[in-house]
Write a protein that binds this ligand. Sequence first.
Ligand code: SF4
Length: 491
Amino acid sequence: MPTPPGAAPAFPDAAERSTRDTTLRNNLRRATHTIRAKRAAAVAELADWGELRAAGAAIKDHTLRHLDHYLEQVEAAVTAAGGQVHWAVDAAEANAIVTRLVRETGEREVVKVKSMATQEIGLNEALAAAGITAYETDLAELIVQLGHDLPSHILVPAIHRNRAEIRDIFRTQMGRWGRPAPAGLTDEPAELAEAARLHLREKFLSAKVAVSGANFIVAETGTLVVVESEGNGRMCLTLPETLISVVGIEKVIPSWRDLEVFLQLLPRSSTAERMNPYTSMWTGTTDGDGPAAFHLVLLDNGRTDALADQVGRQALRCIRCSACLNVCPVYERAGGHAYGSAYPGPIGAILTPQLRGTVSALDASLPYASSLCGACYEVCPVAIDIPEVLVRLRERVVEGGPVTVRGTRAVIRPARGHAAERAAMRAARWAFEHPRALRAGQRLASRTRALHPRHLPGPGRAWTRGRDLPEVPAESFRDWWQRTRGERGTA
Ligand code: SF4
């Protein structure tokens, strides 16, 4: 069971532990550096990448502005195609709907594929509490599940594991969940993949119910789209009798023409492929072909609250490519588990506090899990200005203020432990609003610079534990301007 955010440690505490794990750091560094180099090469092949990126951002922004219209279009199209649409306002409601739907089939097992939304809501745990076992079928998710672990990357959930660790997990755990690993299994990738294939095939052929997510929903026809590299998703989506798809409401795009843009942006950004190996699409049900029953659970769980924030709403453009994780120096060192959410890395640092709020110590700390270097913005295929949203969320943590909670405007209190930061920001604001006082302060600071400490005392100590205070220059810019420009200076 994932640790509830209220009980999870704040990011700095979790990261302090994980950064001491040298195996984890080595695994992460090797994997992220390899992926980021390949991605850069794949993106450089397209002369119109900038235009594609702008188009992706514009399509998402347009859809989010008219989300009510497109969601109703989805509901009408899915229903007309023989599917059923369910609306879930939060995790509890979504879990209850899926549990009921599985129970109604009389089954006690489900196979699962490609669904970060179900990790977000803790569906596996909710099903287990109802006596239903969920089997992950994505290879990396399988490794995570067999290892009693949590995903640590959007695209490669087991990125923190090396081959030897995976071999040991397969050897000791596969037999408990179904077909055991072959005797004498080594850590050769081909052998590991074959062991997983045999283990999973048994599940695919026996499962009557599947649970999936979706990368996109095309509103004009109510078509769901899953892109993947292994083909396991296709087995999950076609073989069972009942298919239940749990999808965040932000996954809607208006038309097939729009899909074309994202089918170029996503594979190059995530796996550095020109085209993803498997693209599965399904629209309702078809007699004699694929699942006989299809349910679409449209998940809100804080998304309309995020939509209400003019700066923060851009996080809902995310297509979960994971490019921002692979370039983030903080993620590379801290690892995904430190973020305490299904969404690690830079996107997690802005999405999770918007979906869950900034009340818990963990969620209030996430906007600070960044160096604000901007590398995440540079690589984001839908141009989400992650640093801008981080600063916005930091302001919310420090100052509190109006937010939307479950569709209603509320005022949150400033988070505890930020009194010094708050006082410093207020002092800075006052100084910038009073130029004479600012100039006097600058001169005083310049004249006393030899006496300045290199580290802050008191509450500022934590900030300067890992860095020196910048040196105050001998002369302020204003004084330098006036001295060198004389009468002409107007600074
Ligand atoms: S924020 Fe951008 S780069 Fe990061 S996962 Fe989402 S789409 Fe990809």
